[in-house]
Write a protein that binds this ligand. Structure first.
Ligand code: SAH
Length: 502
């Protein structure tokens, strides 16, 4: 086991100096980036975790806001097509009121707050009201949307300057002005005709490469590559929708034609085996269930069995949540780890790391890639022993069964509940595959999205029982990720860990 620790599962907590965060009475204006939560800055992420109120736009913010921690209050002020939205004055008033009430306010804006984001208007209003305010820049779609389609806004030789313009103002479409090698237009979908006319009128040749990137850096990203002369027709033909950027210039010829397929992930994480199988996929994280602690009554009822577990031969953990919830349960009873006389066995490096975080070193660890696989590593030690197995109340994996068959006396200890989650919506036109780590995720999926067009979606499943459930649920095609692996022993072990993580 010490080998695991020596191999470097321990990591320091930060790679950067400590970051400051908004305090009560302050407003932080934070750029959310173009839409992919991974493109939020570290400072932005950190301030969201410490905010008490988040006042957010729609564009660029949807995925991020959905995953904010529970206690954070969210206030949507973004413009939704066809719906009334607060005016700039109302937004400023709201920010001032919240800050005066002592809240730590993050004002989350799509892209960068100062690139056609009306950020300065909010800053001026806050200044006038005497509210401390800080700007956290974001990655602007003016650069990130072209990049998401493979277009650099500058390129040695052909792109020495770029110009970012708005395609729409209060007065309508402004005529394009000024020269640049690369022209980027935001808010240009409605007025594309007059933008194209304007550029042609300025002498930009009709053969100049042009591209439009819609919903960049989200799972709905689409793009077309054309020329200045053909771009309008191409956009109409492809049915691209706003938000989108228009790029005109030699660098637009770099636009990529294809996009990775989107895989909806219904479990709590993206297992390594899945990533290995689909190295080019775009992931859409939509856990359909979530972990919940036991109720007070359940905790009380479990107490005698938990106490008996402390002196079993082994306690076997097969997932990080099992570790975390087992020890949470113990502290709830007022016991600490020193009361445990059982030996500790873990399956998986992640599980070992969870134990290590509690400064406990397992007596036995089964990890992928070791000779003999799980059977070889665990069974000889656990056979004919009394083994307590903490797990979630939805456990359907084969690990316990397999151990029982080998003669171990398995005592199941359901230390947490798995409840249905309310995931963010999915636009199924852009989702091609769904990953199910366990049979129960298929059941939760059907409850959450009864109307999903499953017959046209491929279900990627982990294990035969999940695949059978998916076929039953009507998925057009199902693929069992665990079947036909060249290293079945190692894979079998991985499977256990993933099943419980689902
Ligand atoms: N402050 C923002 C821009 C706000 S103006 C930023 O820096 O990105 C809104 C316009 O931004 C949209 O009309 C569209 O042109 C562009 N935009 C925002 N998000 C986008 C995305 N994910 N993909 C393509 N264009 C986007």
């Amino acid at each position: 086991m010490n080998r695991l620790i020596a191999a470097g599962t321990f990591r320091p907590d930060t790679a950067l100096p400590p970051l400051s965060t908004p305090r009560g009475g302050e407003v932080w204006l934070v750029g959310a980036g173009p839409g992919d939560p991974g493109l939020l800055t570290l400072q932005g992420h950190h301030s969201l975790l410490r905010a008490s109120v988040v006042v957010h736009d729609r564009l660029g913010c949807e995925e991020i806001v959905h995953f904010l921690p529970g206690p954070v209050r969210r206030i949507a002020v973004g413009k939704t097509p066809g719906a009334a939205s607060p005016t700039q004055e109302e937004i400023a008033r709201l920010l001032i009121e919240e800050a005066r009430a002592g809240e730590a306010v993050v004002r989350l804006k799509g892209g960068d707050p100062f690139v056609f984001g009306r950020g300065m208007e909010e800053v001026l209003a806050l200044r006038e009201a005497g509210i401390p305010c800080r700007i956290v820049p974001g990655i602007s779609s003016s650069i990130a949307a072209p990049a998401a389609a493979g277009i650099p806004v500058t390129h040695r030789g052909t792109g020495r300057s770029f110009r970012v313009s708005t395609g729409w103002t209060r007065e309508g479409a402004p005529p394009p002005s000024g020269t640049a090698d690369t022209h980027v237009f935001l808010m240009g979908m409605r007025a594309m005709a007059s933008i194209v006319e304007g550029l042609l009128g300025m002498g930009v040749p009709a053969e100049t490469p042009a591209a439009v990137v819609s919903n960049a850096a989200t799972y709905r990203q689409r793009s077309v590559r054309a020329t200045l002369g053909t771009v309008r027709d191409e956009v109409r033909r492809a049915g691209l929708e706003p938000p989108a950027v228009l790029v005109v210039g030699e660098t637009a010829s770099f636009a990529a034609d294809s996009l990775p397929e989107t895989i909806v992930v219904t479990g709590s994480r993206i297992p390594e085996a899945l990533e290995r199988h689909y190295p080019a996929a775009r992931w859409l994280w939509r856990p359909v269930s979530r972990r919940e602690p036991l109720g007070a009554g359940q905790r009380a009822a479990l107490r005698p069995r938990a106490e008996a577990a402390l002196s079993a031969d082994w306690i076997l953990f097969n997932s990080p949540p099992a570790v975390e919830e087992f020890f949470r349960l113990l502290s709830g009873y007022g016991w600490d780890a020193r009361r445990i006389s059982a030996r500790l066995a873990v399956v998986g490096t992640g599980t070992a790391a969870a134990l290590e975080a509690l400064r406990l070193v397992p007596d036995l660890a089964a990890v992928a890639g070791e000779p003999g696989g799980l059977r070889g590593q665990l069974l000889p030690h656990l056979a004919n022993n009394r083994v307590v197995f903490p797990r979630g109340d939805d456990y359907h994996g084969r690990l316990a069964e397999e151990l029982a068959r080998s003669g171990a006396a398995i005592e199941h200890l359901p230390v947490y509940r798995v409840a249905a989650a309310r995931p963010a919506p999915v636009d199924w036109r852009f989702a091609h595959k769904v990953f199910f780590p366990s049979p129960s995720t298929v059941a939760h999926f059907a409850a959450v999205w009864p109307g999903a067009p499953v017959s046209g979606i491929e279900a990627i499943c982990l294990g035969e029982s999940a695949a059978a459930r998916a076929r039953q649920a009507g998925f057009g095609t199902t693929l069992d990720l665990a079947a036909g692996d060249p290293a079945p022993e190692a894979e079998w072990f991985n499977l256990q860990e993933m099943e419980s993580a689902g």
